[in-house]
Write a protein that binds this ligand. Structure first.
Ligand SMILES: [Zn+2]
Length: 204
């Protein structure tokens, strides 16, 4: 039984942690047992924090939240990210973190927040950054895109989980199963089983 550590809402499934980049997906996500509501488009928005708080109180995890240099407005992004993390911490929810080229700043904000139920989705940074994030309590999640990064081989020695970042459905299930098979062959570890165990702990 495989579990996708990060996907988006398509077909109903219990075997994926579905997240959103916008609070608009609140209704769509409701049926999924493992769901997270987030705000990242254009750097996240202040009014979304009220919606995230309401969702956290109702049992949603929080995410995608994070820092994305492509959107600009980094100071505002940092504030929203820190505020969303504190909501996750307050309600004991996992936070799904999206980071583009801001790993160092994100690590500082994570350290300050003290929240340790963290999934770093679609990780493409260095092994050194991965180790720093893991020491802060984070779980590192690799999508097939990780294979194109310089650090790919060294990341394989770390306790990662696997994701597709796709809409749930047939293509997503096939991609996950091929990705798990490939990584299991490369590492000699049952990556599928390990992802299930780590995600149970994170979401339980
Ligand atoms: Zn995603």
């Amino acid at each position: 039984m495989a579990f996708d550590a990060h996907a988006h809402a398509g077909e109903f499934t219990e075997d994926a942690f579905v997240a959103s980049a916008s609070t608009d997906e609140y209704e769509t996500l409701l049926p999924f047992p493992h769901r997270a509501l987030g705000s990242i488009a254009e750097g996240g928005m202040q009014p979304d924090l009220c919606i995230l708080r309401k969702a956290a109180a109702e049992g949603f995890h929080i995410g995608e939240i994070g820092l994305d240099r492509r959107y600009g407005g980094m100071e505002e992004q940092k504030k929203i990210f820190a505020a969303a993390l504190s909501i996750a911490r307050e309600y004991g929810r996992a936070a799904v973190i999206h980071i583009v080229k801001e790993y160092h700043t994100a690590a500082e904000i994570l350290r300050t927040s003290g929240h340790r139920k963290i999934l770093i989705h679609g990780f493409t940074g260095s092994a050194e950054t991965a180790r720093e994030l893991i020491s802060l309590g984070a779980v590192i999640s690799l999508s097939p895109r990780a294979e194109r990064t310089k650090s790919f081989r060294s990341l394989l020695a770390l306790p990662f989980v696997t994701e597709t970042d796709m809409m749930t459905g047939e293509d997503q299930r096939r991609t996950l199963s091929e990705w798990n098979a490939r990584l299991s062959e490369m590492t000699g570890i049952d990556v599928e089983k390990r992802t299930v165990m780590i995600m149970q702990e994170l979401l339980g």
